[in-house]
Design a protein around this ligand. Structure first.
Ligand code: CA
Length: 232
């Protein structure tokens, strides 16, 4: 059975989660702050990490950011705050899911199982990340991408844009956020840069760029990569 690292400083809450996870058959290791969480993640190589955001010593966002530079272990972030900023920030850092407290145990376990299933279906070699969405496959370590098995010839920014969109598939991303993630905060361009690159990217990855299957325009917001794992 998978090993789950639980990083949560609220002891009673953590104990309840631990009890229920163990009852499901999972092995649980526990940390009560971000520094310990990072340490246990490195030493025990868990199959999944449940990571609270508000933690002593090192917050969950920082832990997630550091972890992402080292491994592709699935991460579920726990947040006590409802706002979208948290949600986007959490997912942009590479978290696989987030769940807002308080939550039902049934929902939590269902989402945890779904993520574990997904990670078993697409095994990740340490340090290597392969993203698959519909007919699109991206290997971030070799910086290669394919559509329906045929390799795509992508410019650097097109590749970065595609990776960012797929990592956050199903979520509407603003042009500003894409600019920041792909071009960086130093970049002096405006949001039309994003539109231009999206157009180029669509020409390469879409069968019919005028009627995109993958990259959807979200009116007044930006773009969303559609999760097309299941047939429409
Ligand atoms: Ca906390």
């Amino acid at each position: 059975m998978p090993t789950i690292l639980l990083v949560e400083d609220e002891v009673t809450f953590a104990e309840t989660l631990r009890y229920n996870l163990e009852r499901e058959g999972y092995t649980v290791i526990q940390a009560i702050d971000g520094v310990e969480g990072l340490d246990l993640a490195r030493r025990h190589n868990p199959d999944l990490i449940v990571l609270d955001i508000m933690l002593p010593r090192l917050d969950g966002f920082s832990v997630c950011r550091i972890l992402r530079q080292e491994s592709d272990v699935p991460v579920i972030m726990l947040t006590a705050r409802q706002d979208e900023v948290d949600r986007i920030a959490g997912l942009e850092l590479g978290a696989d899911d987030y769940i807002t407290k308080p939550f039902s145990l049934g929902e939590f376990l269902a989402r945890l199982r779904a993520i574990l299933r997904r990670s078993e279906a697409h095994p990740r070699i340490s340090g290597r990340e392969v993203l698959i969405a519909g007919g699109i496959k991206v290997d971030t370590s070799s910086r290669r991408a394919w559509r329906d098995g045929a390799e795509l010839s992508l410019a650097q920014k097109e590749f970065d844009l595609l990776t960012c969109l797929i990592r956050n598939r199903g979520i509407a991303l603003t042009r500003d956020l894409l600019l920041e993630r792909v071009w960086g905060t130093e970049f002096a361009g405006d949001s039309r840069t994003v539109d231009v690159h999206i157009r180029w990217l669509r020409e390469k990855i879409e069968q019919d760029p005028a009627r995109p299957r993958y990259i959807q325009t979200v009116r007044g917001v930006g773009y969303r990569f559609d999760s097309v794992d299941e047939p429409a």
